[in-house]
Ligand binder design. Structure first.
Ligand code: ATP
Ligand code: MG
Length: 351
């Protein structure tokens, strides 16, 4: 499937998964792939970490103000300067095609904006700085989540970007994050909380507007967790699921199956018995890891009927622009090989 068509299937992609599996890395790679395919992209970070900017070559954590990660020329720009000043456009204006911007959304920011939009600008700053949100969120569990998702919905509705990518919190919290709106909708009979919750539920249950991309590793526990998370997301939240991204896959290396002494002899070298034994042991260890990985990938395919997008294990512990390019190429390649059918499995598709 063509990368642009694939990434245009839904205006919001929420990237979710267990802690540390590569959600932020995959968010960055999806953003890069989408921009390369000509889409305008807004990355939404919820935690104020520097992972996404770092992948684009910057070291500043994201803040409320939008920053440019990839500009119109396809190059990255300093993430520590507000996009508005740099490009001469205010945040909230349409993002140009082929570019990536990013910002952070916190419940406090979202509440401030909500109050300002509803004619309470004068009191909003004082309310937020007084810690009123803490009081409200104790009284109404889930209010923080729907404030943030409500803001995501507002961004989506304003159509400033072709694709909004949300780097979600780790699975346990993500489940609460995404299910809060439904809970509040059941609890609140009327009023602004219900209206906001209803809007969020509407966003989450429309596959053309929002899908969740689950990220996992080709390992036993992460595979178990992603399968469970996928069914819970469908059953409890009714959100559509895109392909599952299997991050950090070991490459198949057929050379590991050759005899070290024979391979050395082919290039005119002779190995000592100790060298040959050490190489043989290393090769057997790697083959064992590959076989185990394959088992997990097969199990994932059996237990979760979603297409898989596999990304390579880059060994390097940190993801910068060089690594991001490799991952983006692999991701785009995987997308191009997805079945060319409109829509991805959603709703009852898992059962
Ligand atoms: N394909 C890969 N190859 C090698 N290292 C990777 C790969 N993907 C991610 N990493 C590294 O693994 C670590 C975790 O990745 P990342 O921060 O993207 O995960 P996360 O799911 O967002 O974590 P958290 O739950 O803490 O937000 C990082 O150090 C990252 O640089
Ligand atoms: Mg992260």
């Amino acid at each position: 499937m063509d990368v642009a068509s694939f990434l245009r299937q839904s205006s919001v992609l929420v990237v979710a998964g267990k802690g540390g599996v590569g959600k932020t890395t995959v968010t960055a790679a999806l953003a890069r792939a989408a921009a390369q395919a000509g889409l305008s992209v807004l990355v939404v970070d919820l935690e104020g970490k520097a992972g996404v900017p770092t992948a684009f070559g910057h070291d500043t954590a994201l803040e409320y103000d939008e920053v440019v990660l990839v500009d119109e020329t396809g190059t990255t720009r300093s993430a520590d300067r507000p996009a508005g000043r740099m490009a001469g456009t205010a945040a909230g204006e349409p993002i140009p095609p082929g570019t990536v911007r990013a910002r952070r959304i916190t419940p406090d920011d979202a509440l401030l904006e909500y109050l300002a939009d509803h004619g309470m600008r004068r009191i909003s700053k004082r309310l937020v700085s007084s810690g009123a949100l803490d009081v409200v969120s104790t009284a109404i569990p889930g209010i923080r989540d729907i404030l943030v998702l409500g803001k995501v919905k507002q961004i989506e509705r304003s159509q400033v970007a072709d694709l909004v990518l949300v780097d979600a919190p780790a699975t346990g919290h993500a489940m609460t994050f995404l299910s809060s709106a439904k809970g509040l909708l059941d609890a609140a009979r009327s009023g602004p909380v219900r209206a906001q919750a209803a809007d969020v539920v509407e966003l989450l249950s429309d596959p053309a507007r929002c899908q969740v991309v689950l990220v996992t590793l080709p390992e036993e526990m992460p595979v178990n967790e992603v399968v469970e998370a996928a069914y819970q997301l469908e059953d409890r939240i009714g959100v559509a699921l895109g392909p599952v991204v299997v991050n950090a896959c070991l490459a198949d290396r057929p050379a590991l199956r050759t005899d070290p002494s024979a391979a050395a002899a082919e290039v005119g070298a002779t190995l000592t018995t100790g060298q040959a034994a050490a190489l043989d042991a290393a090769a057997r260890f790697s083959l064992h890891r590959q076989a185990f990985q394959q088992e997990q990938l097969d199990r994932l395919a059996d237990e979760l009927p979603l297409p898989q997008l596999r990304l390579p294990d880059l060994v390097s512990g940190s993801i910068g622009p060089f690594e991001l390019d490799i991952l983006t190429t692999a991701l785009s390649h995987g997308i191009e090989h997805l079945p060319d059918v409109p829509g991805v499995p959603s709703g009852p598709g898992l059962r």
